[in-house]
Design a protein around this ligand. Structure first.
Ligand code: FES
Ligand code: FE2
Length: 365
């Protein structure tokens, strides 16, 4: 299975890349080194010296260039070798590493690893995380030992919260939710409406702290290939309008590390009216992290281990009504992958034709 390359992915939280330091992460099977230039702008380079393939992240940052730890070649933020300390100092043409477009946006560092031109306008809007939006934000990142599509299915099928997150995010009556799945402009909306349910712990804390039944919604939007935004909350059972106190936006962003591992960034943005005391904000963040790290992760890791190298569809998975969203996501991803491969093949075709002209056929009578 190949990745979709022509897309923005979250490499890390912006403050993971600190001034004067090198930060390395594997994304889409490629090791990348990040740093900040003297002006604070982020840079990203292939994390492999072209000389003897040592990770450049083992080297040192000197101004705006990285010096390789092994023999001292230096590379600037465009990936060009700017110094060869050996011999006559001539720089071999091949002394070059790939550089990647990056953007700091909404507290995250986004990277574009495709061959097409990077357009920052395509970065999904997570402005609820910006200080200017006035939300109270908590955030985290965990590592999942599974392909990102398995984690994506988890996010698009929130029926699992009744079972996996009972008491934290879920409660037993949620299983009877009204569910709608809708595609709009390439995005997928998976909505669940759960009237008159016992209030899950995390929402009771955000809402009235009285343990009384509530109506609850989870509206999850998927933005291909791997960005998700959840609008979720509770309100007084039977009340037609949403109250301010019982809801938040959940940010869930998956970045493939390898075919079988994923970086999972998550955040929550609580509206100003909710503003939790610091100790409650810490409890809220801990509950969410516990749900993702101690409840989702073991299941998804085990799911990947059980699937192993097998193709997902070859195992003939049983399909339930709750799979409507996940299946649409899988189909959309497959289409996007095929479109990317077709474009690449078409772009390569004229060059191949010039390199290897078709043999001349001589007609003989
Ligand atoms: S391995 Fe980097 S300079 Fe030799
Ligand atoms: Fe979950």
């Amino acid at each position: 299975m190949s990745f979709i390359h022509n897309a923005w992915y979250v490499a890390c939280w912006s403050d993971d890349v600190k001034p004067g330091a090198l930060f390395s992460r594997t994304l889409l099977n490629q090791r990348v080194v990040f740093y900040r230039k003297a002006d604070g702008q982020a840079a990203a380079l292939q994390d492999r010296c072209p000389h003897r393939f040592i990770p450049l992240s083992m080297g040192k940052l000197s101004g705006d260039v990285i010096e390789c730890a092994y023999h001292g070649l230096q590379f600037d933020c465009s990936g060009r070798c700017t110094k060869n300390p050996h011999g006559d100092g001539k720089i071999p043409a091949a002394a070059q590493v790939r550089s990647y477009p990056v953007e700091d946006r909404h507290g995250m560092l986004w990277i574009w690893m495709g061959e097409e031109a990077a357009d920052p306008a395509l970065i999904p809007d997570y402005s609820v995380l910006d200080a200017a939006a006035g939300y109270q934000v908590t955030r985290g990142c965990i590592h999942i030992a599974a392909n990102y599509e398995l984690m994506g299915e988890n996010l698009l099928d929130l029926s699992h919260i009744t079972y996996l997150h009972d008491g934290y995010l879920g409660s037993p009556e949620q299983v009877g939710a009204d569910q709608t799945v809708k595609e709009e402009g390439g995005r997928l909306h998976c909505n669940r409406w759960m009237p008159n349910i016992s209030v899950p712990g995390i929402f009771d804390m955000l809402y009235r702290r009285d343990g009384k039944p509530v109506d609850m919604w989870t509206h999850m939007t998927w933005m291909p290939p791997s960005c998700f935004l959840l609008d979720t909350g509770v309100q007084q059972a039977g009340l037609a309008e949403r109250e301010q106190q019982g809801w938040y936006y959940g940010v869930h962003i998956l970045t493939p590390e390898t075919e079988r591992t994923t970086h999972y960034h998550f955040a929550a943005a609580l509206p100003a009216g909710t503003r939790l005391a610091p100790e409650d904000a810490a409890t809220f963040a801990q509950m969410r992290r516990y749900a993702f790290e101690e409840q989702d992760k073991p299941i998804i890791d085990a799911q990947q281990a059980a699937i192993g190298e097998a193709d997902f569809w070859s195992l003939k998975p049983v399909l339930l009504t709750v799979d409507a969203g996940p299946i649409r996501m899988r189909r959309s991803l497959e289409k996007l992958r095929q479109a990317e491969v077709a474009k690449r093949t078409a772009a390569a075709a004229p060059a191949d034709a010039t390199r290897a002209p078709a043999p001349q056929v001589t007609q003989t009578a």
